[in-house]
Design a protein around this ligand. Structure first.
Ligand SMILES: [Zn+2]
Length: 92
């Protein structure tokens, strides 16, 4: 969720080239996925569940806990990040 996110620096080093893929695009992917979750389950259920997950697992820990809403959003983010990394690698 925006404002509370922890940000990881996702990068890849290949020989003398270092690629860093982070920032606005991946944050947007993550947040857009939350919008999809809200549309899918309704905002009341979404916030009830995500706040419950923060309380149960801890805020940062919920990102790595399979089955949570943050985990799903993070996996979507990772999927797009991996596609971008592949595109960069193919360009070289
Ligand atoms: Zn989030």
């Amino acid at each position: 969720m925006k404002g509370m996110e922890k940000h990881n620096e996702d990068g890849l080093t290949l020989g003398r080239h270092a690629f860093v893929v982070n920032g606005n695009l991946l944050t947007s992917v993550h947040e857009d996925y939350h919008m999809y979750q809200i549309e899918d389950m309704g905002w009341g259920h979404f916030y009830y569940r995500i706040l419950g997950e923060y309380l149960k697992f801890g805020f940062n820990e919920s990102y790595g806990k399979e089955g949570t809403l943050e985990y799903s959003a993070s996996m979507e983010e990772k999927k797009i990040r991996d596609i971008i990394i592949k595109m960069i690698l193919h360009a070289y």
